[in-house]
Design a protein around this ligand. Sequence first.
Ligand code: ADP
Length: 369
Amino acid sequence: MDVLVLNAGSSSLKYQLIRTGTHEEVLVKGQVERIGEPGGEAHNHAEAVERALAGLSGIEAVGHRVVHGGVRFSGSVRITGEVERVIEECSALAPLHNPHNLAAYRASRRLLENLPHVAVFDTSFFHTLPARAYLYALPWEYYERDHIRRYGFHGTSHRYLAARAGALLGGAGKLITCHLGNGCSVCAVDGGRAVDVSLGFTPLEGLVMGSRSGDIDPGILFHLGRTRGLDLAALERLLNRESGLKGLSGRSNDMRDLEEAAVAGDARAELAIEVFCYRLVRYIGAFWAVLGGADGLVFSAGIGENRTGVRTRVCRGLECFGVRLDEEANRTTVRREGRISADGALPVWVIPTNEEVMIARDTAAVVRA
Ligand code: ADP
């Protein structure tokens, strides 16, 4: 089945036409950028979708990446009027993402009215989390009435990584998957089911990210409100856009820049990398205990696939679990799949993530069901 995969962000639309089958084949791949910006490639998402469709033919179904599926969707679904309404409701939980996903859906529905459209959610993989992992220790009514709980994100990526690692392992075991891009998360997977994840109610919790803080003591926010007079919008901006690697280093949100600067003697760049790796070791250690042991560890996304130095540092921090890298394999496994652990040690793999293929597979499966 030839599936068009649409992934709409606030200012970009990524698309791929993928032929599903025993081996997926990417027929076309493209991106419309700087949507709505002066001199951009499209004024709005509708125009961006039109542009993407201009060169395409033979589409049999459309798969949409949707960031937030709330508590309703535990898997991918065909988009009906009712599904569309729930996605819209979930916009309150993901105001920076769902509206763009919906805009792209509505535009493509107008242009491809007779095709099946399927929503694939970033959150649905985490429906298997036990209550002890998704509850925050707030008064109960905040969970019940306000739906405050861990939702988790990057689910399509973790699901892909767990499936691929399971295949490499020869069976779905206990896995820890690390998605380290601009946004970063780590996930504990047992027998193909997610049991915990570092991202929370929003994509702000957990690991140190490019410009997001990850975990901080919430008391810091009250203190800054009192002492600096920062309001909610300023605090939100601080934690989402000014923190993480960028904030710590005062230099860049890009790990490449920081590693270069650290080698050249920039102490803060070095410290930013150290905090990043330490936080990851801390989470992996916690998830190791949560799983009661792990059969394999996966590195993925921009940093995980490319930054061999980060992998070395993190794995050194995990030696007590039997993790040992093959330095040569680590050095040469860049932007491709491969095992980087030493013979006889716990398997550590680099697996390039592929959310688009997962969306295409789901779409074909939902349409055929
Ligand atoms: P996003 O989450 O926006 O998709 P990426 O997965 O591209 O982000 O990850 C961005 C991070 O990955 C940056 O810190 C960058 O340094 C690193 N990175 C991405 N691509 C490469 C590359 N080809 N070589 C080295 N580092 C890379």
